[in-house]
Design a protein. Structure first.
Length: 452
């Protein structure tokens, strides 16, 4: 929502600040005034042509205990890793960033073209509020290759100035919207809509793991560089398509791919499906993260997957959500790629190609209930099955039960308490250092979230 400000101690924060032209210096002045006034809404700057620019963000921080955990990371987007297998006999109790929402700050703007048509842009950074660093899961992995032993896992969030989004676009009431740049995967938006736990970064497997939580096989694909994203809504039908062009043949954006989405809503019921295929995706394979140090080489792979979800709003206060995913990973289309750059990091060893075929299937069910307009309780059950072909007897099963209680003091500020219980089983564990791996884990935490 747009709001605007004047300097603190002179006029109300709701007064419009006009700058002509809307240069970066003017924007920084508005941001400074925002901080001085303690404003809880986005700061909007308008130039003489009526172009609006919003400064916005979310700061999410908490304290919790993870039963088996290496030390928290100053760069990791969630500080700790409650999802993957862990080999530490010690627990972690301390501050973390991003219990529900990944902490972020961004700029977005739009300009009216008439008849409902608009042009718009967004640039959005991910930050670790415990250290003030730009979040970089890649750096957390890189530091662990030599045995640092802090929490780590792969991600699309790897220290880029605008890791979460960087795109511009145009929209028309009849023809829909088109975005160009680093766009958000349509499947990630689907996860946020249909996960019973708000796609919470630390308390939902879907929120934590991009591979199953929007990347449709590869966590790096939750955001797509050099991509086009089209979306439109016609009555109760929502449709969209994305296409990623191939980037630097030696870098993390080497591959190309597509995503298609189709949804339908009628009354209390909503359904959506996304389908995706990517070639030559670059990923850092750390699926069994925090048991042994990560691989010193990145992996190139092809992926294919789909996600089907449903939502039933039983009453104004009660909602049930469910979903199913099927994902595949196999050898890349181009076996001759040599990747020497992973989001600005140089892997210690040459890249390798995926071999054989790895498949994932996942289902979840849960819901939430608003006991009062301010208090919401969400519960979710998740079942993730990993199996390899042609190898048999290598199944790896992870199940999770999560509970999240969220109390909103205002529309911009809330407090929460969450629990996630993980259980691991299957013959595939014998392949991955079973003497070091614990078969269960549990996270308990509380936190605060502020939106501006």
């Amino acid at each position: 929502m747009k709001s605007s400000i004047k300097p603190a101690n002179t006029r109300p924060a709701s007064t419009r600040l006009r700058c002509a032209p809307a240069r970066l210096g003017c924007l920084l002045l508005a941001a400074g005034a925002l901080g001085a006034a303690g404003v809880t809404q986005a700061a909007t700057v308008f130039d003489q042509n009526g172009i609006g620019v919003d400064l916005y963000g979310i700061l999410d921080a908490g304290i919790g205990t993870l039963e088996h955990s290496y030390a928290g990371s100053d760069y990791f987007a969630s500080t700790i890793n409650p999802y993957n297998l862990n080999g530490s006999p010690h627990s972690f109790t301390g501050l973390y960033t991003g219990g529900i929402s990944m902490s972020r700050v961004g700029l977005k703007g739009e300009a009216e073209l008439g008849s409902g048509r608009k042009v718009f842009f967004k640039v959005e950074s991910a930050i670790n509020v415990t250290s003030g660093e730009l979040s970089s899961n890649g750096k957390a992995i890189y530091n662990n290759i030599s045995g640092l032993r802090t929490a780590n896992a792969a991600s699309a969030i790897n220290g880029q100035a605008f890791a979460r989004a960087a795109y511009l676009g145009a929209s028309d009431p009849a023809w829909g919207s088109l975005e160009l740049g680093r766009t958000v995967n349509l499947a990630l938006d689907q996860v946020v809509e249909f996960d019973p736990l708000q796609a919470a970064l630390l308390y939902s497997p879907l929120g934590f793991s991009g591979g199953i939580g929007g990347g449709l096989g590869a966590t790096e694909n939750t955001r797509l560089d050099a991509s086009l994203r089209y979306e439109n809504k016609i009555g109760g039908i929502n449709l969209g398509v994305q296409y990623k062009l191939a980037g630097d043949k030696g870098g993390s954006s080497a591959g190309y791919g597509w995503v298609a989405m189709l949804g339908y809503s009628h009354g209390p019921l909503s359904f959506k499906g996304t389908f995706s295929e990517t070639t030559n995706t670059v990923t850092w394979p750390v699926q069994y993260s925090n048991v042994v140090p990560p691989d010193p080489n990145v992996q190139v792979e092809n992926t294919k997957g789909y996600m089907l979800t449903g939502l039933w709003k039983i009453t104004a206060d009660a909602t049930v959500k469910a979903g199913y995913e099927n994902l595949e990973i196999w050898a890349p289309s181009n076996p001759n790629l040599s990747i020497d750059d992973y989001y600005g990091l140089v892997p210690p060893k040459p890249s390798v190609n995926a071999t054989g075929q790895q498949r994932f299937s996942l289902w979840w069910v849960g819901g939430d209930y608003k006991f009062t307009p301010a208090f919401d309780l969400g519960i979710g059950c998740y079942d993730i099955d990993t199996y390899n072909q042609p190898e048999s007897g290598k199944n790896y099963l992870a199940t999770a039960v999560s509970v999240l209680a969220d109390y909103s003091f205002t529309r911009k500020f809330d407090a929460y308490a969450g629990v996630m219980l993980m259980q691991y089983s299957g013959a595939g564990l014998a392949k991955k250092a079973p003497a070091l791996a614990y078969s269960n884990n549990a996270l308990y935490g509380v936190g605060l979230r502020f939106k501006f």
